[in-house]
Design a protein around this ligand. Structure first.
Ligand SMILES: [Fe+2]
Ligand SMILES: [Fe+2]
Length: 354
């Protein structure tokens, strides 16, 4: 048995090995408690507690242990590390120890932070920072379908505009890759990613009293909400965003295949595949989230409802959405087969939608 294999057998499950990739993001202090496997006592023991200042001597020791494959953190501390790495998403491109579900959560946090900064202050500088994290995200996801099939479990269903657009990014990217990705082929995803996170930028200019209204919208209020599409277009003009794919998704994400959408009633082939992806992902993420005036719908049911609306939503894309939700999710796989439970969920959803 080689020493690496021996060590893996000896490390209790609650520990996670970390690489020099992650360690290189630490700066002057340890963001979590670092542990090593102590051969003499045959147990994992703390090396440096959280927030230890990394003097040159300590830095040497840490790197030495790390290079020998003997640096660990407890999984309990994982969320602190996730928050830390989310500031340095680039390391995930070459990181091998973190598994896909963990990386999906880190990406969620890192992108959410940049989206919040941009939505709060939509200027060229924050847009560039957002584009940088999206480029890292695009680079990460196209390589291997295992990477993005875990995105579903990291979605956040709270009533929050920025969470909604990051959800839309994750869901839309997964649908797009599931339908157009060919193994080994590199896809250019930067524009699509930007379109998915910018699609509701106009909502930032809708009065808060309307956004937080606790009862269903009146006709005039609905019209006011719908203005977010044209507002976003003006904001794109002001920031000189010329990418046609981004502009199309922003303008058309509420359009529907049968022409029943808004603001222009565009239909059929006039709507690009990216726009259709954006509208399916957006509708789904809107349905599953808690809102001020309604509860979120169960995700698998929301996806099925969309598959039943084939006049309005592209059925290849809605089918891809269902398979994205159930992949890597035994609970959803069981639920979709449970006819009685699905019936109950549907009755509940109908009540919520009315
Ligand atoms: Fe919208
Ligand atoms: Fe939206």
């Amino acid at each position: 048995m080689n020493s690496q294999a021996k060590q893996e057998d000896l490390i209790p499950e609650e520990y996670l090995q970390i690489s020099s990739n992650i360690v290189s993001t630490f700066g002057n202090r340890t963001p979590v408690t670092l542990c090593i496997y102590d051969e003499e006592f045959q147990r994992v023991a703390p090396l440096f507690p959280k927030d230890t200042r990394l003097t040159p001597k300590k830095l040497d020791r840490m790197n030495q242990e790390c290079n020998g494959g003997n640096l660990f953190i407890t999984k309990d501390e994982y969320s602190s590390l996730a928050g830390h790495i989310s500031q340095n998403l680039g390391v995930l491109l070459t990181e091998h120890y973190l598994d896909e579900p963990a990386a999906a959560e880190i990406f969620y946090e890192g992108i959410l932070e940049k989206v919040r900064e941009f939505y709060a202050n939509p200027v060229a500088e924050t847009l560039e920072q957002l584009k940088t994290v999206l480029a890292i995200f695009s680079e990460y996801v196209w390589v291997d379908r295992n990477r993005w099939s875990h995105f579903f479990n990291s979605l956040q269903r709270k009533n929050d505009l920025c969470c909604h657009v990051v959800n839309t990014l994750f869901v839309g990217t997964a649908i797009y890759l599931k339908t157009v990705h060919k193994e080994g082929e590199k896809l250019e995803l930067n524009s699509l990613g930007l379109a998915l996170v910018l699609h509701d930028l106009g909502m930032t200019q809708i009065p808060a009293t309307l956004m937080t209204k606790a009862s269903p919208f009146l006709y005039k209020e609905k019209q006011r909400m719908q203005e977010h599409v044209d507002i976003a277009e003006k904001m794109m003009n002001r920031m000189d965003v010329k990418d046609q794919l981004v502009r199309d998704c922003i303008l058309d994400h509420h359009e529907r295949i049968d022409g029943s959408g808004y603001p222009r009633g565009r239909r059929g082939d006039a709507l690009s595949i990216e726009t259709r992806v954006c509208s399916v992902a957006d509708a789904f993420c809107g349905m599953i989230a808690e809102r001020w005036h309604k509860k979120g719908i169960h995700p698998i049911l929301a996806a099925i409802i969309l598959t039943e609306s084939s006049k309005r939503y592209d059925k290849t894309l809605t089918a891809a959405l269902v398979s994205f939700i159930i992949s890597n999710n035994p609970e959803m796989q069981a639920l979709i087969k449970d006819k009685e439970k699905m019936k109950q969920l549907r009755a509940l959803a109908l009540k919520q939608m009315n």
